[in-house]
Design a protein around this ligand. Structure first.
Ligand code: BES
Ligand code: MN
Ligand code: ZN
Length: 496
C-alpha cells in the first residue's frame, strides 16, 4: 500500500472513499464540517436520519454526497471529543478499515489526523493510520486454491493541515508501513502449517530476508556445529524429530561496528506436540504457532532494515520441532547445556526453555548491550494475563520499564510479573543442577527463572507471548505481536 500526504481542499479531491471523523451528539470534525457545508447540510441531516451515534467503532457509509467529489464517504465514530484517547482512536481506525476492506475502494483519503488525541502528535497518528490500514488488509490466502478476490486498498492519502504537518505525517506513515510489513512477515510465517514451516524453511526465509537488505547478514548453524558448541539442551529437544534443528543468526549492522547490539532471541519451535509428555489433542494444531517468537524476531529485523535504523541488532532463533519418537528425550533424562549446567528434563513439553537456554548462552559472544527473548513459553501466561497483555520478566528494572512504555506507545502492551528469588526455590533437582520445570504454581515465573540462570552475564528481559501471538476460535490467526512493541523499543533507542 502506498501513502501520500494531501493538503488541498477536501471537497475537491476525487477519491473512491473519503474517511471523516464524527463525535457523539452529531459533532463533526473540521473536515466533516467543511463537507457538510459543501453539501448544504446533507451530511448532518443523514447522520441524524441514520441515527449515527458516533461512538468509537461506529461507522456509516454514504454514497455520492452533493458538493463533494468523493464517490463514498465513510463516517467514523470517535466517541466524545473530550475523552478521545489513543486506544479509542485506534479502535476507530480498525473499524474504518474493516468497512473499507469490504468495498471496492482502491484509493481513499483519510481526514482523521485532525482529531486531537491528548499526548499523541501527528507522527503517532499517521503511524497508527498507516499501521491499522496496512495490517487491517492482511489476509492469509496463500494456501487456498481459490483465494477470495477481495478488492485491495492500494493507496491511502492522508489529509494534512499544512506543509509542516504533511512532513511529519509522511514520516509517521513510513514508520507505520514498515511496522506493518514486519507484522506481515511474522504472521505469514506463523500461519503456515508445521509441514511447510519447518526449521529449514525458517532458515531459508531468514536467508531471503538477508538477501534483500545490505545491512543484514545471516548464518545458519547445523546440528553438527551445535554439537561442537555443546548445545546439549537444544539438541535434546530436536532428537525426537526427523527435521534437523537450525540455529538461525541474523546480524543487522546499522550502527558503528563497535556499537554493542541489542539481541533478540526468539523461540522458533515449528511444532510442539509435547514430545513424550504428549499434549492432549484438543487445539494441538495451534502449536504450529510455537515459532511465533522466532517469527517476530524476523519481522522486527525486517522493520529495522526497512527503516534503516542507526543501530546494531542481532537476532538469534533456535528452530526445532518437539515430537515423540523412539529417539526422543524422556522424562528423567539429564542433558548438559552449552553453559555447562546440567538439566533434569522432568517434562519434555517444557522444551522452549531448553532450546532458548543454549541460544541465550550463544548470544554472549555478541557482547550485547541488552538481550530480549520472545517466546510462546507457557500456557500459564494465558491463564494469568489472558490475551491482552504479553508477560514481561526482567533482571533489570530500567529495561522492563522501557519495554512497558514502548508497548503502551505502540498499543501492544506488556505486563510485568515478579522475578523474585523466592520463586527460584521451585527449581530444585535431586540429580542435576536444575530441573526444567518448577511445579504448577507460578508457571510463567518459574519458566523465566529457568532462563534467568542462563542470562546472568547480561541485561535481559523475557517476553512470554503465549496469549498474544495468535487469536483462537473463529478468528484463528497470528496477530503479529509483539513486533509493534519491539519496533517501538528500537525506534526509541538513541545510539550513544
Ligand atoms: N508452547 C508451550 C506453551 C503454550 C501452551 C503456549 C499453550 C500457548 C498455548 C510450551 O512449550 C509448553 O508446552 N509449556 C508447558 C510447560 C509445562 C510443561 C511446565 C505448559 O505451559 O503447559
Ligand atoms: Mn511444550
Ligand atoms: Zn512449546
Amino acid at each position: 500500500m502506498d501513502f501520500s500526504p494531501h493538503t488541498g481542499t477536501i471537497e475537491k479531491k476525487r477519491t473512491d472513499c473519503l474517511i471523516l471523523g464524527a463525535y457523539e451528539k452529531y459533532k463533526l470534525t473540521s473536515s466533516a464540517e467543511k463537507i457538510d457545508q459543501a453539501a448544504d447540510g446533507t451530511l448532518s441531516k443523514l447522520l441524524k436520519r441514520e441515527n449515527f451515534k458516533g461512538q468509537a467503532g461506529d461507522t456509516l457509509l454514504l454514497h455520492q454526497l452533493p458538493g463533494c467529489r468523493a464517490d463514498r464517504i465513510l463516517l467514523v465514530g470517535l466517541g466524545k471529543k473530550k475523552t478521545l484517547t489513543d486506544k479509542i482512536y485506534r479502535k476507530a481506525l480498525d473499524a474504518a478499515i474493516q468497512t473499507i476492506a469490504g468495498i471496492p475502494a482502491k484509493r481513499t483519503l483519510c481526514a482523521l489526523l485532525e482529531a486531537p488525541v491528548p499526548g499523541c502528535d501527528s507522527r503517532w497518528k499517521a503511524r497508527q493510520i498507516a499501521l491499522a490500514f496496512a495490517d487491517g488488509c492482511y489476509r492469509f490466502t496463500e494456501l487456498k486454491s481459490e483465494p477470495n478476490a477481495l478488492p485491495v486498498l492500494a493507496h491511502l492519502d492522508l489529509h494534512c493541515r499544512d506543509k509542516e504537518e504533511s512532513e511529519t505525517a509522511v514520516r509517521g506513515a513510513r514508520e507505520g508501513h514498515a511496522i506493518a510489513a514486519g507484522m506481515k512477515l511474522t504472521k505469514d510465517l506463523a500461519n503456515l502449517p508445521g509441514n511447510i514451516c519447518t526449521p529449514a524453511y525458517l532458515a531459508d526465509r531468514a536467508q531471503q530476508l538477508a538477501d534483500r537488505y545490505r545491512k543484514l547478514k545471516v548464518t545458519v548453524l547445523e546440528e553438527a556445529e551445535m554439537e561442537k558448541l555443546g548445545m546439549g539442551a537444544l539438541l535434546a529437544v530436536s532428537r525426537g524429530s526427523r527435521q534437523p534443528a537450525k540455529l538461525i543468526v541474523l546480524e543487522y549492522q546499522g550502527g558503528k561496528a563497535k556499537d554493542r547490539p541489542t539481541a533478540l532471541v526468539g523461540k522458533g519451535l515449528t511444532f510442539d506436540a509435547g514430545g513424550i509428555s504428549l499434549k492432549p489433542s484438543e487445539s494441538m494444531d495451534e502449536m504450529k504457532y510455537d515459532m511465533c517468537g522466532g517469527a517476530s524476531v524476523l519481522g522486527t529485523l525486517l522493520t529495522t532494515a526497512e527503516l534503516d535504523l542507526p543501530l546494531n541488532v542481532v537476532g538469534v532463533i533456535p528452530a526445532s520441532e518437539n515430537l515423540p519418537d523412539g529417539n526422543a528425550i524422556k522424562p528423567g533424562d539429564i542433558v548438559k547445556t552449552m553453559a555447562g549446567k546440567t538439566v533434569e528434563i522432568l517434562n519434555t513439553d517444557a522444551e522452549g526453555r531448553l532450546i532458548l537456554c543454549d541460544a541465550l548462552t550463544y548470544t554472549e559472544r555478541f557482547e550485547p548491550k541488552r538481550v530480549i527473548d520472545i517466546a510462546t513459553l507457557t500456557g500459564a501466561c494465558l491463564v494469568a494475563l489472558g490475551r491482552h497483555a504479553t508477560g514481561l520478566l526482567a533482571n533489570e528494572e530500567d529495561l522492563a520499564h522501557t519495554l512497558i512504555k514502548a508497548g503502551e506507545a505502540a498499543l501492544d502492551r506488556a505486563w510485568q510479573l515478579p522475578l523474585w528469588d523466592e520463586f527460584q526455590e521451585q527449581l530444585k533437582s535431586n540429580f542435576a543442577d536444575l530441573p526444567n520445570i518448577g511445579g504448577r504454581e507460578g508457571g510463567t515465573i518459574t519458566a523465566a527463572c529457568f532462563l534467568s540462570r542462563f542470562t546472568e552475564k547480561f541485561t535481559w528481559a523475557h517476553l512470554d507471548i503465549a496469549g498474544t501471538a495468535w487469536n483462537t476460535g473463529q478468528n484463528k490467526g497470528a496477530t503479529g505481536r509483539p513486533v509493534p512493541l519491539l519496533s517501538q523499543f528500537l525506534l526509541d533507542q538513541r545510539p550513544e
